[in-house]
Design a protein around this ligand. Structure first.
Ligand code: HSE
Length: 306
């Protein structure tokens, strides 16, 4: 008999500089959820480890809220569930922790509500909740995903490109930065000239990535005009990390998502030296090598032992 569901949900890095709200890449750091039927008459959350410390244990939990919204949308009633949550993804650091929780909630509602949503439909729902696909699309599918959410038709279209053959270093500062605060720093409007310029930078970046021309892709990533110029003051370490990374011939250093984590793309031959240098220079941050996740969320049904 089916007893529960085990979910392993990857982190993600959004934007890659010029791909604001539309480009993202899944990373091999995970949110782990073990979901079973609750023996009590309510949902229960049990958090293990530092990255999920302090999250609510009751029905005010984000996962509960989202799962119930999905259930209502499909006119079903979910059973009371017990959710054990562990995470390698630090909260509010620009590494897609809330997208991972959102995707987890959708998978939970889909499975325990027996709804049979396809991956395509899960993506549509996830984007509708999140407002843009840059974190949720790679979290669901893995790899490097580009997407557009049309808020009028509520349709999300996505496209993939080959995973870049580069090494990735993330530097995670000790402080949190809420996405809402980081979005507050952005301008409300852009002139036509600015829009054309940034679209050209973005197009060239994508074409260069497709051709595995990382030097050119990196040059374009670092010319983003959509968000970095307005956000970098929120991350005091950013400029220095970028400067040091250049000494190691890194392709690009950009803000990961809404920040404050910083992502560096670099050739595999130089990544070890650079990550060790960053660890020494920024002792208060956590600099580490992270690999790109190619498979997205994985779900395993748990069976009662006989
Ligand atoms: N594209 C988003 C941003 C990612 O930069 O604000 C976080 O949701």
């Amino acid at each position: 008999m089916k007893e529960g569901l085990y979910l392993k949900i990857p982190a993600s890095t959004a934007n890659l500089g010029v791909g604001f709200d539309s480009i993202g890449m899944a990373l091999n750091k995970f949110l782990y959820l073990t979901v079973t039927i609750s023996e009590e008459n309510k949902w229960l959350f049990h958090h293990i480890g530092p990255n999920v410390d302090g999250l609510p244990a009751d029905e005010s939990h984000y996962i509960f809220q989202i799962a119930q919204k999905v259930a209502r949308k499909h006119n079903i009633v979910l059973p009371n569930l017990k959710i054990e949550m562990r995470s390698e993804i630090p909260l509010a650091r620009g590494l897609g922790s809330s997208a991972s929780a959102l995707v987890g909630a959708l998978y939970i509602a889909n499975y325990f509500g027996d709804i049979e949503l396809s991956k395509y439909e899960l993506l549509q729902l996830a984007t509708e909740f999140e407002g843009h696909p840059d974190n949720v699309a790679p979290t669901i599918y893995g790899g490097l995903v580009l997407g557009y959410y049309n808020s009028e038709t509520k349709v999300t279209d996505i496209s993939y490109i080959d995973t870049p053959k580069v090494d990735i270093i993330i530097t995670v500062p000790p402080y949190k930065l809420k996405t809402s605060d980081s979005r507050q720093a952005l301008p409300d409007t852009f002139s036509h000239t600015q829009a054309v310029q940034n679209s050209a930078i973005s197009n060239t970046m994508i074409s260069a990535l497709i051709q595995h021309n990382y030097k050119l892709a990196g040059k374009m990533m670092e010319q983003d005009g959509f968000h970095e110029p307005y956000r970098q003051h929120l991350i005091p370490e950013f400029k220095k990390i970028k400067h040091i990374a250049k000494d190691y011939a890194a392709y690009a250093t950009v803000i990961s998502g809404a920040g404050p984590s910083v992502l560096t793309m670099i050739a595999p031959e130089r990544s070890g030296e650079l990550v060790r240098k960053l660890k020494t220079e920024f002792e208060q941050c956590r600099s580490e090598l992270v690999t790109i996740n190619e498979s997205g969320v994985s779900a395993k049904v748990l069976y009662e032992s006989l």
